[in-house]
Design a protein around this ligand. Structure first.
Ligand code: DX5
Ligand code: ZN
Length: 235
């Protein structure tokens, strides 16, 4: 039995056929629906809000994970959970002093060096108070600066592209961060961005056990076989 799990990021699905695409996820052995929520401020793109999550919730029993790439996530935690999310995944960059180059409107990628652990814990508590799981994400340029809150988390998400768009190239420079995290964190480590059959083995070898994929999965001609191969990767 494989312990690798696959999260389908619906960013690359055909939204005109959303119900069919969700069925394809179910039929292909996908473990999580990864919903990329973008606000045009934290990242240079705008995507999905709670109203779409609610529509998806009515279509499936799959675990729904909201990857919140938004400023002020605390304002929306309840809304996404009420819409049907099972996991809420926050960004560390919302809880620290942004580096000069990324501080301000239209400045990307957002990067920090230190988190305000109390602020993070407050939002994690808000998620857990509703009986849901909490994840925390690190952008490629943000170092492993979340040791203080690891025990409060169910999952850490390591971005292997700068967030904003599907279809970007995997950044191998994040692999040492995954390796270092695996040494000190025994729960879920998810990798997101540029995952395909060439890059997935690198992420898994480094210690990731959840692979998020948008374009590789939704553009595949054989999604079920693809998911099976990814799940069979050796850790
Ligand atoms: C990037 C998103 C990713 C993205 C992955 O901002 O967080 O989840 O959809 O897309 P691929 O798998 O195409 O790199
Ligand atoms: Zn994502």
């Amino acid at each position: 039995m494989s312990s690798i799990k696959i999260a389908a990021s619906i960013l690359s699905c055909d939204f005109s056929r959303l119900a069919d695409e969700i069925k394809k996820c179910e039929a292909s052995g996908i473990d999580f629906l990864h919903i990329d929520v973008m606000d045009g401020h934290f990242v240079p793109n705008i995507t999905i809000g709670p109203i779409i999550v609610e529509a998806i919730r009515a279509l499936t029993k799959l675990t729904i994970d909201a990857h919140l790439m938004i400023e002020n996530p605390f304002m929306y935690i309840d809304k996404f959970i009420d819409a049907g999310c099972d996991i809420v995944t926050l960004h560390a960059e919302c809880y620290g002093k942004l580096r000069a180059h990324s501080n301000g409107l239209g400045k990307f990628p957002k990067e920090i060096d230190k988190i305000d652990a109390e602020k993070v814990r407050k939002d994690i508590r808000a998620i857990k108070a509703k009986g849901k799981k909490a994840g925390l994400t690190l952008n490629p340029g943000t170092p492993l600066c979340i040791e203080e809150v690891l025990e409060d988390l169910d999952k850490v998400l390591i971005m292997s592209v700068n967030p904003g768009f599907a279809g970007q190239k995997f950044m191998p420079e994040v692999l040492p961060k995954i390796k270092a995290l695996r040494q000190i964190f025994k729960k879920d480590i998810e990798v997101d961005g540029g995952i395909n059959e060439q890059t997935a083995p690198l992420a898994v070898k480094a210690g990731a056990n959840i692979l998020a994929t948008a374009s590789c999965f939704f553009h595949s001609n054989e999604p079920k076989a693809l998911v099976k191969r990814l799940k069979n990767l050796k850790q």
